[in-house]
Write a protein that binds this ligand. Structure first.
Ligand code: A2P
Length: 405
């Protein structure tokens, strides 16, 4: 598909990225087949002269920030978009012009049709829980990073495990670096790639609650898996106490915890996708001790020795967190994924789903998204719930959240 010729006299749709929600993970730039997505130290943006509305970037975006559109007479330039901290409001003059076109005609518009199709993807548009605290975002970027000091780097998986997963604590000293449970930070690995360019910033979910590892500490923790040939993960996993790290962010304004003690939370994760849920659990444990809302975790790993925080998790009381583990590679036992454990405990899931205070969060391998969706559909079928309708409603109400990679 070639880039559409922009008619500057008639209003048309422009594809934009919401700088408030974008977590700067670079997925859209890596996905775009025509190099229309680009970035500077501040923002990821879409070049209106290159974008051909193929929508390849929409489904992989973990936050839905990519899925923003404005009717414009004259497209916003790349330079203008770089300077934004938030999306501009829809220009009134363009809205009027669009209204003149009539709703029916707008519906026929090719881009509108494709966009509607993309919305049916597994992730969908993200909306923060209504009760979530207001996050701070984008306080630091590559040209003005925060400088954190490593105060801990602890291996979480057993010595004989396949995966080296670490709990890394970063202290911000006197710098202000506020985060909420569910937000991410960017890590700038030092050095350059094979082309002499600075390495891409890599995103990591914060694994601690907003107060840090200890109440009053100005620190946060990350759960990092050493990836073969992973520049940033090997850099982080190799850090020693006292080392300094350049940090950007915080990022993310939708994958946030409801700040409501009566909210029920179903958390589904694999491997390091558990990071935000450690933050959620600690928040409830420390600040909402007698919360009437219930929390339930489905956690998938190869074996118990591979499951990050296995030991500490055993000590979290069931009253605070109902835990369901799914192991895929235990000798002599059938391969079990999180979606299989969900089916095995369908009654519990159905009770949660029937309650309109329930929020669902998925974090981890992209591959689990469809499996988990099918498990929800099966469970709902058995319980007389229309899953597709419920999921749409939960998304619109900020009660269904997906962050997969
Ligand atoms: P598998 O044994 O098939 O790799 P990892 O250890 O690589 O971080 O993965 C975490 C867990 O997620 C593993 O148990 C892995 O199983 C499992 N997993 C892999 N693919 C999927 C999927 N499509 N749905 C759910 N879990 C998956």
């Amino acid at each position: 598909m070639n880039a559409p010729v922009l008619n500057t006299t008639a209003p048309h749709k422009q594809h934009l990225i919401d700088p408030e929600i974008c977590i700067r993970c670079n997925t859209c730039e890596e996905t775009c087949p025509v190099d229309a997505v680009t970035h500077d130290d501040n923002n990821y943006v879409v070049d209106p002269d290159k974008c051909n509305f193929c929508l390849d970037c929409i489904a992989p975006c973990p936050t839905g920030s990519i899925d923003n559109w404005r009717m414009v007479g004259k497209p916003y330039t790349v330079a203008e978009q770089f300077s934004w901290n938030e999306l501009p409001v829809q220009e009134q003059i363009e809205l009027n012009a669009a209204a003149e076109k009539g709703d029916g005609e707008a519906e026929d518009d090719e881009a509108a049709r494709l966009i509607a199709q993309a919305h049916q993807g597994a992730g969908g548009k993200s909306i923060a829980p209504a009760s979530a605290s207001k996050p701070k975002i984008n306080l630091y970027n590559r040209s003005k990073p925060a400088l954190a000091t490593v105060t801990g780097n602890l291996r979480l998986t057993a010595a004989e495990a396949d995966n080296d997963v670490r709990h890394i604590i970063l202290d911000f000293g006197a710098q202000v670096f506020p985060v909420l449970e569910g937000q991410s930070i960017g890590i700038v690995a030092p050095g350059t790639d094979k082309d002499g360019k600075p390495h891409n910033i890599r995103l990591y979910s914060v694994a601690s609650p907003r107060e840090g590892e200890k109440t009053g500490a100005n620190n946060l923790s990350l759960t990092v898996k050493r990836e073969p040939n992973g520049v940033c993960s090997n850099y982080l996993c190799g850090l020693k106490k006292g080392d300094q790290v350049q940090v950007t962010g915080p990022f993310g304004a939708t994958f946030l915890m409801p700040d409501d003690p009566s909210a029920n939370i179903i958390m589904i994760c694999t491997g390091t996708g558990s990071a935000p849920f450690r933050g959620f659990t600690e928040r409830r444990r420390r600040n909402m001790k007698d919360a009437p809302g219930r929390m339930m975790l489905y956690f998938g790993a190869r074996r118990p020795e591979e499951l990050p925080y296995f030991g500490p998790l055993q000590k979290v009381p069931d009253g605070l967190l109902r835990k369901h583990f799914a192991y895929s590679r235990v000798a002599g036992e059938p391969k079990t994924y999180v979606q299989d454990r969900m089916r095995q405990t369908a009654d519990e899931v159905a009770v949660f789903l029937k309650n309109d205070r329930t929020h669902v969060y998925l974090c981890g391998l992209k591959g689990m998204e469809s499996g988990v969706d099918e498990a929800f559909a099966d469970i709902c079928r058995g319980a007389g719930i229309d899953w597709s309708g419920l999921r749409t409603q939960m998304r619109a109400q900020g009660r269904y959240h997906v962050e997969t990679y």
